[in-house]
Design a protein around this ligand. Sequence first.
Ligand code: ARG
Length: 378
Amino acid sequence: MTAAPRLMPASPLLEQAEDFLRLYHREVGYAGGQDGLEARLETARSELTRTGHYTLTPGELTHGARVAWRNSARCVGRLPWRALEVRDLRHATHPDEVFAQLLAHLHGAFNGGRIRPVISVFGPGVRIHNPQLIRYAGYPRPDGGVVGDPENVALTDHLRRLGWGGGPGSPFDVLPLAIEAGGEVQLYDLPAEAIHEVPLTHPDCPALGALGLKWHALPVISDMALEIGGLDFACAPFNGWYLETEIAARNLADQDRYNQLPAVARALGLDTSRARTLWQDRALVELNVAALHSFDAAGVRLSDHHAATRQFVRFEEEEARAGRAVRGRWSWLVPPLSPATTPVWHRHYEDGDESPRFVRGQAAWVKLQRPERGCPFH
Ligand code: ARG
């Protein structure tokens, strides 16, 4: 058997660049049609040969970030992927400048409660240690319990080693940001006006409101790299808006997070003596009712699992019309509350993230307790 004649193997980066530039041409298009594409491929090739690197145009970066969202197999909220606002901050590499831009991101994304999906793409050498811009501290107690969010105990400890003096010690102390740039790490406190939180109340159970539960309005993932055409943007924090189950069926409910179902059940006057009374299930539903009710009352955008999964099916239909296959991770797409009442339960998905995509690397400083648990939708 003779080997098939082969052309010189292209560098993997060049291949990935070409794949992406072709995708961009198919979906957006270069001026001048096929000639425009050939010309663009040629500039990328020559830049790569000269420097080992190539530079995306602002238009390519924007589309690449949107497609990375469209390709996120674990995300049920992808329908509005075209509306992602992309902030091209590739020139920003100084930590003070990064922090100022993060404040602008938080402000523009919150948008008075009408939350907009936004991504900020920073320059080389920048990393944010926090997995999200807004995270609550977790302080271990001598009895083995935790004040605050048990998920963030290691992060809290890391920030203290970096010099953070600690917060007031409430269950909801917002952590400072650790911004690394050019090998140096600096801590920044988020000012109160950058953090919007919604206190949870229930439409007909005042005792639930008296528990003092709340959550922040914006989920801004800050530890995933954005990969486009073989290029990695290590600091590219992005946000959508919350789905009520993320807050009320997981963050506040999980036994290894805020573990609030027993307190909620007591507030509701349920019989908690046996699991068979389904007190956990009933408390879970009412806590989700409280989240939707409270965010609505505060004028802050929050999706519910019925609307979100219906929209996901619309996304699948749109993608099918565009001739593209949708990948999905079923266990992340189905909501953790009443899953079989939603259409995704009954559908089948092929897993896998295609490029452009978001990738979570192992943070240098952490032996992250549960990497799979930084879960967008559970
Ligand atoms: N599940 C994460 C949290 O509860 C947020 C992940 C992103 N979610 C989103 N709706 N974009 O904080």
